[in-house]
Write a protein that binds this ligand. Structure first.
Ligand SMILES: *[C@@H]1O[C@H](CO)[C@@H](O)[C@H](O)[C@H]1NC(C)=O
Ligand SMILES: *[C@@H]1O[C@H](CO)[C@@H](O)[C@H](O)[C@H]1NC(C)=O
Ligand SMILES: *[C@@H]1O[C@H](CO)[C@@H](O)[C@H](O)[C@H]1NC(C)=O
Length: 359
């Protein structure tokens, strides 16, 4: 090929590329790439926003404002080995999801991810009007008015029902009633999550008895209960969600760093002294039992539910939790379960958007 024709080709590409769109290019690049296998890289252009640009951020996530002294943890970007994640674009998201609903269903880890996404978009378009509505059924709806994009949080820690009887609260492993779940149906994107509350005991346990079919238990193996509930959830989703309209995700298990085996500074007693990601594979390399259950249940479904496979990459971010900076001033308490914002959930959202771009 002569100099002339290759110059012509370059010219042609320059003309065509802006129209065919980088979005398609990104789609091709992501094709076949395992976006969850990668490493954390220092990137001076991060974080994606400053929490002071996010006026509605909830205090427990606002670590910098609560007095966290270090900032290095804000500077990491997830780099898959086999491709690059597209850089977040609020404009791209608002245009792609015009007149649509993205819903997160789950516990406060879902709140963490929902809030991250609202902050990411708002800081990108600070002058776009928004409204935030909360109701008594546990729904919070954040709407960007110009594009009519709604980001909805449905607080529902266990996904299955809890019945309130005169003799106590009954966790019902086999039922998801329309009362709770009706509004999940008309979303364009659904991101479910449930795990941490299955471990609570004592005053934090939100039930007194567990109903499994005809049996009523005072307690049972929590992993067995979790698997039964997820199986109920999977049947509900297969039956009630229109998969031609809705993309369904399950947010993989978000690791808490209270387990001594997870490594980093200070053993597992706290996540306070860690200021940068753990390098290399996390300990234990063995997978969490809850992760294995999630994968088993999802793979047995008749429809395709995507796993947002964030467990491993989040295990390397012991530095990303609020630790004692979950509230201003009085540095008491130790939160090694939630995540500072900006922070790790921003990456979960970049991964979610990458999944939505390629599907
Ligand atoms: C965020 O913005 C505030 C106010 O402009 C500034 O004081 C602070 O240093 C910024 N934080 C970071 C981490 O850049
Ligand atoms: C906004 O989007 C919702 C779906 O999320 C739709 O039901 C509603 O009609 C839209 N409103 C307008 C004014 O287009
Ligand atoms: C999720 O990630 C883990 C570890 O990175 C991997 O072993 C597992 O196969 C992945 N699960 C799926 C469904 O891709």
């Amino acid at each position: 090929m002569g100099v002339f024709s290759s110059a012509f080709l370059v010219l042609l590409l320059m003309l065509v590329l802006p129209f065919s769109g980088f979005v398609n290019g990104e789609k091709d690049e992501l094709k076949g790439c395992d976006i969850y296998e990668g490493r954390w890289e220092y990137d001076d252009s991060y974080p994606l926003y400053n929490s002071s640009q996010c006026p509605f951020i909830e205090m427990p996530f606002d670590c910098q404002n609560n007095g966290r002294p270090d900032q290095l943890y804000l500077k990491y970007r997830w780099k898959p080995y086999a491709c690059d994640l597209p850089r977040f674009s609020g404009k791209h998201l608002l245009e792609k999801f015009e007149n649509k609903r993205i819903m997160f269903v789950g516990d406060s880890i879902s709140l963490n991810q929902w809030q991250s996404l609202t902050c990411m978009i708002h800081s990108w378009t600070p002058h776009d009007a928004y409204i935030l509505q909360r109701d008594h059924q546990g729904f919070s709806t954040f709407t960007f008015l110009k594009h009519n994009v709604s980001l909805i949080l449905s607080r529902n820690a266990l996904l299955v029902d809890i019945a309130h009887k005169s003799w106590g609260r009954v966790l019902k492993l086999n039922t998801i009633s329309d009362n709770n779940a009706k509004r999940w149906k008309d979303s364009d994107v659904l991101v479910f999550n449930s795990w941490h509350w299955w471990l609570h005991r004592g005053r934090k346990q939100p039930w007194d008895f567990i109903r499994d079919g005809d049996d009523l238990h005072k307690d049972m193996d929590r992993l067995v209960a979790y698997e039964k509930a997820l199986s109920t959830w999977s049947k509900w989703v297969d039956k009630n969600i229109d998969f031609t309209k809705t993309e369904v995700f399950f947010q993989g298990i978000s690791p808490a760093h209270i387990n001594a085996k997870l490594g980093g500074k200070n053993g597992g007693k706290s996540c306070r002294e860690d200021t940068k990601p753990l390098i290399g594979p996390p300990h234990p390399k063995r997978r969490l039992s809850a992760e294995v259950i999630v994968e088993k249940v999802i793979s047995s479904m008749s429809n395709k539910v995507h796993l947002l496979n964030i467990t491993r990459l989040s295990q390397q971010r012991k530095d990303g939790h609020p630790s004692v900076y979950g509230r201003p001033g009085r540095h008491i308490g130790m939160d090694c379960s939630h995540w500072c914002l900006p922070g790790v959930p921003d990456t979960w959202n970049e991964l979610l958007l990458a999944e939505l771009t390629r599907s």
